[in-house]
Design a protein around this ligand. Structure first.
Ligand code: KG4
Ligand code: ZN
Length: 360
């Protein structure tokens, strides 16, 4: 089985081709640089960019995989959550291709894609496991009792972890998205230079909150402005702020994840989403999990941030179970993974008879 994955939920236009053993035959991601001048993603511009680039990106993915579109056996596409217009571009193209090629397509919840990204390269899947999703749009702890079923243990009450990284980066004058730059700067800084708040403490509290932390960095910058400092002193202050902010995020993420893993007696943890590329977070998880005798899995950095290989991997699983989507599947902006799964159980159907009728 050869499956084309399509992802266009935010500001990355992505296509990938995978075979049924989850080998990535190609993975193409086109970043939309236009948003950096606005300090955040402009939804209308994102949709227009997807419209212009998605078809060439799909062609490129097919070329790199040396696969003719007629050889595809299925299409997996993000149907939400995300920017509605952006998701619609991918979904419409997926439906059009599926119709013309007479193959099934399946709508995938973006977070299910991230969950599959952790095991993609090894082509294994440990269950039960605990998944920490940390990205620009989401921060969630998800219990995965088995492949394809999910229980959400906690989520953020305000900003996502990546959003906090991006907002602090903006305060410090970095481009968008700024998580990677904070990661780099933090390597030169002292994580103990400032003590920033760790929100939602308490045993068995798996909710997150990062907006207070972001405000604490802003308050620090207002009280002690850095713009007029000598160059070397300013650079050191920026590095210290990055290291101290990052340490606060990492500590909260690790403590809550390990505590949930202990409560549910889980030995395997995955950390996925754009922030899972953070070097300090990866190192701290490796250390803590080895102390606790737990296994931790991260995708490689190019599979942490949004990509179509993870959507194809989730699609291969769904398609193998005959879980195809109907043509009236709509894009959605917001729906939890658990709710979406419940809703789609009844609406996913075996499309082949319908396709045959349509083409008669
Ligand atoms: O998963 P992703 O590509 O998009 C969403 O689904 O949201 O995640 C993007 C987020 C951005 O907020 C970006 O700043 C953050 O991931 N990010 C990082 C790093 N690389 C990307 N945050 C911290 N450290 C990094 N190395
Ligand atoms: Zn994502």
């Amino acid at each position: 089985m050869l499956v084309l994955g399509i992802e266009s939920s935010c500001d990355d236009t992505c296509a990938a081709v995978l075979d049924k053993e989850n080998h990535i035959l190609s993975q193409v991601t086109q970043n939309q640089l236009i948003h950096s001048q606005f300090g955040g993603v402009v939804p209308e511009l994102a949709s227009r960019c997807h419209l212009q680039t998605l078809l060439p990106v799909i062609d490129e993915a097919l070329n790199q995989a040396h696969v003719d579109k007629k050889d595809l056996q299925g299409i997996a596409v993000t149907s939400g959550p995300g920017l509605l217009g952006a998701v619609l571009v991918g979904l419409s193209i997926a439906k059009g291709m599926a119709y013309i090629l007479r193959i099934p397509f399946v709508g995938i919840h973006h977070l299910e894609g991230h969950i599959f990204s952790a095991f993609l390269e090894e082509n294994i899947f440990f269950s039960p496991h605990l998944c920490l999703v940390v990205s620009g749009g989401h921060t969630q702890l998800i219990l995965v009792p088995q492949k394809g079923s999910y229980q959400i243990l906690g989520t953020t009450l305000d900003d996502a972890a990546g959003e906090a990284f991006d907002k602090v980066a903006k305060m410090l004058g970095f481009g968008y998205p700024g998580g990677k730059e904070i990661d780099q700067q933090a390597k030169k800084g002292n994580p103990l230079a400032y003590h920033f708040p760790r929100a939602c403490p308490g045993k068995e509290n798996y909710q997150f909150s990062f907006s207070g932390l972001k405000t604490a960095v802003l308050t620090q910058l207002k009280k002690n402005p850095i713009n007029n400092l000598a160059d070397s002193e300013r650079k050191q202050k920026i590095a210290d702020l990055c290291a101290s902010f990052q340490a606060a995020v990492v500590e909260v993420l690790i403590n809550k994840t390990i505590s949930a893993a202990n409560q549910w007696k889980l030995q395997s943890i995955t950390v996925v989403g754009g922030v899972a590329a953070n070097t300090a977070l990866r190192a701290a998880f490796e250390k803590k999990c080895s102390e606790q005798n737990m296994r931790v899995f991260f995708p490689k950095p190019s599979l942490c941030t949004d990509n179509a290989a993870m959507i194809a991997a989730a699609g291969i699983f769904r398609l193998a179970q005959q879980e195809n989507s109907p043509y009236n599947l709509n894009a959605f902006a917001n729906l939890s993974l658990a709710d979406w799964n419940r809703k789609n159980k009844s609406s996913r159907i075996n499309l082949n008879p319908i396709l045959n009728n349509l083409h008669e």
